[in-house]
Ligand binder design. Sequence first.
Ligand SMILES: Cc1cc2nc3c(=O)[nH]c(=O)nc-3n(C[C@H](O)[C@H](O)[C@H](O)COP(=O)(O)OP(=O)(O)OC[C@H]3O[C@@H](n4cnc5c(N)ncnc54)[C@H](O)[C@@H]3O)c2cc1C
Length: 363
Amino acid sequence: MVSSASEEPPRRREKRVVVIGGGVGGSLVAKSLQSFADVVLIDPKEYFEIPWASLRAMVEPSVAERSVIDHADYFMSGQIVCSAAVDIRDGKVLTADGSRFPFDYLVIATGHRDLVPRSRSERLIQYRAECGKIKSANSILIVGGGPTGVELAGEISVDFPDKKVTLVHRGSRLLEFIGAKASQKTLDWLTSRRVEVILEQSVDLTSVSDGTYQTSAGETLKADCHFLCTGKPIGSSWLRETILKESLDSRGRLMVDEQLRVRGHKNVFAIGDITDIPELKQGYLAQRHAEVTVKNLKLLMTGGRESKMATYKPGSAIALVSLGRKEAVAQFPLITVIGCLPGMIKSGDLFVGKTRKQLSLNP
Ligand SMILES: Cc1cc2nc3c(=O)[nH]c(=O)nc-3n(C[C@H](O)[C@H](O)[C@H](O)COP(=O)(O)OP(=O)(O)OC[C@H]3O[C@@H](n4cnc5c(N)ncnc54)[C@H](O)[C@@H]3O)c2cc1C
């Protein structure tokens, strides 16, 4: 049920759980708790999107048919509120459309903020437009050398090898969120696919004229179009004026305890990229946080003792970045590898089938 009314709907069950953020972690919590509590899922968009399939969807828009999933498809028994949370006050969450949602338990999963369309159909149209832009360009500039920029460069260079791709990155190496070995291997891979990688420079996107771009070092680049792939801001700015402001660390992350409760708040949990857990910010870890939180909420809602709550141990530094349809670079705790072997793990279906299954959907 999608709702944006300002009146609270009648409650069916005793405990009310409000989940803020319908991304990787929040969608799983909402789906898993829907038959155990009155669950409200608050998200500014009507759909959950599998983030790691988004760059493939730019070169093959039909992928988005499976990776962009209406919340209503996996979350049938709760209430979906299509608005942004703006405050938490007096045991209620306030949303931008003026509604209030009381809770017994709150789960905050607002990961990263992204400016994407509200409806699934608009998002699918956007992917088709982006693909059209790629297809009609001879030369493409990618700004940003994190996972998004690297994966996009990989997709374009594999699917459209005749296009001239230039990737400009402000930092001294690509993929700075993982180790230097992975960066070097990725740089070599992209260069071997004729992607021009320019490090330690930025691009002034305000002064683009006639396909001419200026870099911070005064270089001139020519491209038919560009894609901005710089990091998205963490989705916690809205918490700065709430009762949780004291629980934010200096980087704007919510400090949580071992049970994933926000420090100082026994009935508020936080999961995913927004937490201060010392580990890489990865979706598979957000899913683990979701599983621990679901266990703990079920225990608390059935009167279980706090001492029996499940605890979470930070994950090890594993990351997989796809490089087109068959290859990838993978960082494991003791080894970094690139090529078809890690590609077999991720790059074919990009875990889309697996993620859909986790939401009890047809893969
Ligand atoms: C290109 C790329 C590739 C990646 N590849 C992988 C991979 O292969 N494997 C992997 O494990 N991880 C990968 N990741 C990382 C992964 O996507 C993130 O770690 C994961 O999305 C974090 O999940 P989350 O639930 O914390 O937040 P998100 O998935 O970012 O979801 C946040 C949700 O909160 C909503 N929101 C934001 N603000 C508000 C508000 N005020 N009120 C209500 N809702 C709000 C947003 O709309 C969104 O739905 C990749 C990331 C990128 C960018």
